[in-house]
Design a protein around this ligand. Structure first.
Ligand SMILES: *Cc1c(COP(=O)(O)O)cnc(C)c1O
Length: 427
């Protein structure tokens, strides 16, 4: 038996199913493979056509040489264009964000670079929040200018009016093509108001130019934040982090309307930045436990944050579950986040020496960059993930020498706290 489906997705007697209910088997037919309950790895570079006419018809659709007939599906051609593991995965992934389509990539940077290349052209301006992931920052500030694309950065903590004024003062507001946002910002957890960015993009759109809002939702998504519901056009992921969730793969994703995704997937075909069948298969495995992992990690982080906040050696914590002191940020949190997630940063009293003594003393928590995996990881943003940002800019972003960032995993929170407690005695 098959689930019935309408434009909103699969349903039972008109009741639409939640994403977590669809991650185990949606979009895969066991008859395709010896009745195996799980989709196999289609580890193949190319696919056999039944006859030459079929090959011709598949290429006509893939290269947009003619319109698709009502019943016609894009046939399998070559694994840079399409592969069953990626197609099944993409059809599942889109449900989390309520997107019409999704694309998976070889890395988060592949997703971001391919998407920007697909939607920007020489003369365009991209307005982006700061701080953003180091790789994205480098791509926007050092690679895009080679193609005549200019960038304007705004602080994640700026108000909508300040961002609008900054853009107007630039003298190139009429060239705006994209608003690129990372929220929460890494590592300070600063939130950016997506609705306000969508309003700004709308204001600068014209009948023949739509300003696109793209949101890197790696930190809270796709479970606790859904940017498309707040007016974003595209949502981007490093699937290496929570979506993959086991620190055993590198991947990325982009999701949005069928129209925009057509452009993104078209560019992916020509940059060859798609994920491999094996990575696609691993991600299907990961999606089955995505929600329970993120919920467990978020609950654990709440306990860990409460402990850190009260510790005399901790100066300040940066955690989405602790925003009462900042009503502006609290209001954005209530509007666009459904849980605080599991990223915590904190300032130790002192500086680098104190932070290093703490990191070097950890026993259960591993000292490594990356985040979102089942194991807890800790790192020092000033000398590691954010070391290429100059001191003055780091200070502006609130990234100090005593700051430690923790990605809370699924270990028992009391055990994580025991480790933090013993490491803090060494400081
Ligand atoms: C890790 C990360 C990226 C880059 O993803 P890769 O999979 O490492 O290429 C982009 N954005 C954010 C927020 C990240 O944390």
């Amino acid at each position: 038996m098959q689930l019935e489906e309408d434009h909103q997705g699969p349903h039972i007697n008109g009741k639409h199913l939640r994403p977590e209910s669809l991650m185990m088997s949606y979009g895969y037919n066991p008859e395709w493979s010896e009745m195996a309950v799980k989709a196999p790895i289609y580890q193949t570079s190319t696919f056999v056509f039944k006859n030459a006419e079929e090959g011709k018809a598949f290429f006509e659709l893939a290269y947009g040489l003619r319109e698709k007939n009502a019943e016609e599906q894009l046939g399998l051609i070559y694994s840079r264009l399409n592969n069953p593991d990626l197609e099944i995965l993409e059809n599942r992934l889109r449900f989390w964000d309520g997107a019409e389509d999704a694309a998976v990539f070889a890395s988060g940077m592949a997703a971001i670079s391919t998407t920007l290349l697909a939607l920007l052209k020489p003369g365009d301006v991209i307005l982006h929040s700061e701080p953003i992931y180091g790789g994205s920052d480098y791509y926007i500030k050092n690679i895009l200018p080679k193609f005549g694309i200019q960038s304007i950065g705004f602080q994640a903590s700026a108000t909508a009016e300040e961002v609008s004024q900054l853009l107007d003062a630039s003298g190139v507001a009429d060239k705006l093509a994209m608003v690129y946002v990372e929220t929460p910002a890494n590592p300070t957890n600063h939130l950016v108001d997506i609705e306000a960015c969508a309003a700004l993009a709308k204001k600068h759109s014209t009948p023949d130019k739509k300003v696109v809002v793209a949101v890197d939702n790696t930190f809270l998504g796709p479970v606790f934040s859904h940017p498309l519901k707040h007016g974003a056009d595209l949502v981007l992921y490093s699937a290496t982090k929570y979506i993959g969730g086991h620190s055993d793969l590198i991947a990325g994703a982009c999701a949005g309307s069928a129209d925009l995704m057509k452009a993104v997937k078209g560019m992916r075909t020509f940059t060859g930045s798609m994920a491999s069948p094996w990575t696609g298969w691993m991600l299907m495995r990961s999606l089955e436990t995505l929600k329970i992992r993120m919920e467990a990690q978020s609950r654990g982080a709440e306990t860990v944050a409460a402990y850190l906040k009260e510790h005399p050696k901790v100066e300040k914590i940066y955690y989405l579950g602790d925003l009462a002191h900042n009503p502006h940020q609290q209001a954005i949190y209530e509007k666009q986040c459904s849980a605080a997630g599991s990223m915590i940063a904190f300032d130790l009293k002192g500086g680098e020496a104190e932070a290093f003594r703490f990191l070097n003393s950890l026993k259960l928590i591993k000292l490594a960059v990356s985040l979102g995996g089942t194991e807890s990881l800790a790192e020092h943003p000033a000398s590691m993930t954010h070391s290429d940002i100059c001191l003055a800019d780091r200070a502006k972003m609130g990234i100090g020498e005593g700051m430690v960032r923790i990605s809370v995993g699924i270990e028992h929170p009391d055990d994580i706290i025991s480790d933090i407690e013993q490491a803090l005695t060494k400081v």
